[in-house]
Ligand binder design. Structure first.
Ligand code: GAP
Length: 444
């Protein structure tokens, strides 16, 4: 299934079934910005909740925060983003298109007469590469002048560093401890693409773990293993997951060591989470630029040190794309082709479809009541249109793990059939015990 054709099918299913729509589509769309539809918002919300639960609720050494997107402009000077968060770009003076300097479509040497623009085809019109900052700028307050420039954050991490002391003092945590955050980030990417893989507005789930210098390498290994295990527990195909260590020349300006977790998408192996040893770079820079002491007094030894940071940084949109691609399956069932999204039941947007077998004999009334009861606890879709086979297929395509059918026997003995999306096995279950039956299968 590793080909572009599969990606086209997934993009088309995502739109048809309401996972992802292009932003502002009725106006022709906005480049590399996407909206989540009714199923997509549930999938992404389930993934974010699962991450938050594992980071913040299931551990006693990580606290959560929700920092603002807009931050003091000095934050980005201190972090190195104003000077260092750049891509080398080439402009065509003729057609005004802009390219990354490493764009494989560029022929010749940009800046020289032999270079050819891949869009307008002119020769000698490409500029030599120039550094272009990826941060979006806007203005704060009523005046649009240099002094009022603020940035849309390009990573959520800085909102954690500037709150490190606040959290330490208000939560009574001791080092080692972590701070987790889920939030939007913005990058003016020049070669975005591959659906929601690289976008200009996206969400990150980041956790910064503050440790004693010297213990950083051990914690780095611990978090690497924990994050890979988390993806395995999510049911992502093991053979399509791997680590990619950053070589020295790939390391971000803040990192001493970094490993990506990569997934094998139909368009190749690509990063969707990064684990970084950021040393004391960020706290050191914020201490220097703010003039505020950020070091830690170790109560055990009564000595002071600036903590090192191990960061885990996962893109919520990339993770949603990984789960969508990994779940996508085409197969033949009872002589018919079906498309099924084999999501882990716990993250499926809709947990159960409820169907009256026919629209008579009290079946719709029973099924409507059943669906209403279940809705207090689970996401449920009620469907009484078309053959039961077609209704099952529609839910297969949405990744709904359970299909519940109310039939003639239901009215006699108050049992329903429960169809399993993956095995297609049907079990009769008493309506009274249905919720407990489903809930037992939704954990994990
Ligand atoms: N705080 C560290 C940091 O931001 P990064 O490797 O630049 O590190 C981390 O980004 C994760 O954020 C990536 O692995 C990816 O999942 C997500 N991400 C980064 N840029 C993105 C983009 N343009 N579109 C979608 N997700 C992106």
């Amino acid at each position: 299934m590793a080909n572009a054709n599969v990606m086209d099918k997934i993009v088309s299913l995502a739109k048809r079934r309401g996972f992802v729509f292009q932003s502002s589509e009725i106006y022709g769309g906005l480049g590399s910005v996407w909206d989540y539809g009714p199923l997509g918002v549930e999938l992404k919300k389930n993934l974010k909740e699962r991450w938050w639960r594992s980071m913040v609720y299931q551990r006693d050494d990580i606290e959560g925060v929700d920092a603002a997107i807009l931050m003091h402009p000095k934050v980005w000077e201190a972090s190195g983003h104003v000077s260092g968060f750049t891509d080398p770009l080439v402009d065509c003076k003729q057609c005004k298109h802009r390219f990354r300097a490493d764009d494989p479509r560029l022929k010749g040497t940009p800046g020289e007469p032999d270079a050819q623009c891949p869009v307008c085809g002119n020769k000698g019109t490409l500029t030599a590469p120039r550094l272009f900052n990826l941060m979006f700028k806007t203005f704060m307050g009523p005046v649009e002048e240099q002094a009022a420039v603020v940035y849309l954050r390009p990573e959520t991490a800085q909102g954690i560093y500037v709150n490190y002391l606040n959290v330490l003092q208000s939560s009574r945590q001791k080092i080692p401890f972590g701070i987790a955050q889920i939030g939007k980030a913005f990058r003016n990417e020049i070669t975005p693409g591959n659906f929601t893989f690289r976008t200009r507005e996206f969400e990150q789930m980041e956790m910064q773990f503050f440790v004693k210098p010297g213990e950083d390498e051990r914690w780095f290994e611990e978090w690497k293993a924990a994050r890979m295990q988390w993806h395995a527990d999510l049911g992502i195909t093991a053979a399509r997951l791997r680590f990619h260590p950053h070589a020295k020349d790939e390391l971000a300006h803040y990192a001493k060591a970094a490993f990506d977790i990569e997934y094998e998408f139909p368009f190749g192996w690509q990063e969707f989470e990064g684990i970084h040893n950021r040393t004391d770079f960020d706290l050191g820079r914020h201490q220097e630029h703010s003039g505020k002491k950020l070091d830690y007094l170790d109560p055990a030894t009564n000595t002071r040190f600036l903590p090192y940071v191990i960061e885990t940084s996962l893109g919520a949109d990339r993770l949603a794309l990984v789960t969508l691609v990994d779940a996508y399956t085409e197969e033949e069932v009872e002589g018919e082709q079906r498309v099924v999204l084999r999501f882990l039941p716990a993250i499926a947007p809709i947990k159960a479809g409820v169907f009256p077998l026919v629209k008579k004999d009290g079946m719709p009334e029973f099924a409507t009541r059943l669906a209403a009861d279940l809705r207090h606890h689970l996401t449920v879709f009620y469907d009484d249109g078309g053959s039961i086979g077609r209704r099952y297929r529609r839910q297969d395509e949405a990744g709904t793990p359970f299909g519940i059918t109310v039939d003639g026997q239901t009215l006699e003995d108050q049992t329903v059939t429960v169809r399993d999306r993956d095995t297609l096995r049907q079990e009769r279950v008493a309506a009274v015990g249905l919720l407990a039956y489903l809930q037992a299968r939704l954990v994990g």
